[in-house]
Design a protein around this ligand. Structure first.
Ligand code: CDP
Ligand code: CDP
Length: 227
């Protein structure tokens, strides 16, 4: 398939995956949730009982890990599989969420995930969301978006999402602390930190609806496609 590459980056719960999915569907593009890849590796590392910041152990684990995606007919989203096992819900657990940024700091992990992500973008026609897509994975992406929202709004969004999906109840202030802690690690890490690419368009979504944000990105994408 041909088409442009669209990179959507930003901090936790800014709305990246929700709008990326909608934009990809509208354009008939592939959608790749790169955060789900780091989460799946973290889930596997926790299960294997390895030390999460140990590069050597993670390097041994990664070749044994096959991460695949398939459309979720029920909610228009995607299911995530680890060696064929559906881990879509398991990778959203508190233990994965509170440990994923530590795993994502490791250089060998970033290099391996980047190589896997590039394979999805080989022929264009892709919307990828994450932290370093516009700066590191797809620096030549035709459209780059950096999504932001206040931390209070992002904590509320996660809180409501947990409730809607029937995930374990986590108090709002705990969610806020978790988001702040993860943002700090993601913004300050040495390799491919969370950063707005110079040529990215910044959108503060604090008071914007999902429809507002996805329509804006879709319109920007159409303009690029027709360029
Ligand atoms: O959905 P949420 O915003 O909570 O996080 P995510 O997109 O699932 O990403 C989980 C974690 O993976 C992030 O906090 C980062 O530590 C890491 N990540 C990354 O380092 N680079 C990416 N391109 C995507 C995620
Ligand atoms: O991918 P990321 O972690 O950036 O965020 P998300 O998982 O797409 O969005 C987190 C939650 O915020 C979801 O439940 C979305 O439905 C909600 N959301 C929202 O309320 N308003 C927006 N403008 C975007 C997302």
């Amino acid at each position: 398939m041909s088409g442009i590459c669209i990179a959507i980056d930003g901090p936790a719960a800014a709305g990246k995956s929700t709008v990326a999915k909608i934009v990809a569907n509208r354009l008939g593009y592939i959608y790749l949730d790169t955060g789900a890849m780091y989460r799946t590796l973290t889930y596997a590392a926790l299960k294997a009982g390895i030390e999460l910041s140990n590069e050597t152990q993670l390097k041994m684990l990664m070749p044994k890990i096959n991460i695949t995606f398939s459309p979720d007919e029920k909610n228009g989203g995607q299911r995530v599989f680890l060696n064929g096992e559906d881990v879509s819900d398991a990778i959203r657990s508190e233990s994965v969420t509170s440990n994923v940024s530590e795993v994502a700091m490791v250089l060998a992990v970033r290099e391996e995930m980047k190589a896997r992500q590039l394979a999805f973008a080989e022929n264009g026609g892709v919307v990828m969301d994450g932290r370093d897509i516009g700066t590191n994975v797809l620096p030549n992406a035709e459209l780059k978006i950096f999504l932001l929202a206040s931390v209070d709004e992002r904590a509320i969004r996660r809180f409501n999402e947990n409730k809607a999906k029937g995930y374990k109840h986590v108090p709002l202030d705990v969610l806020k602390q978790e988001i702040e802690a993860r943002d700090h690690l993601d913004y300050t890490r040495e390799h491919a930190p969370l950063k707005k690419a110079e040529d990215a368009i910044e959108l503060d979504t604090t008071s914007l609806s999902i429809e507002d944000v996805s329509t804006r990105i879709f319109t920007l994408a159409q303009a690029k496609i027709n360029d």
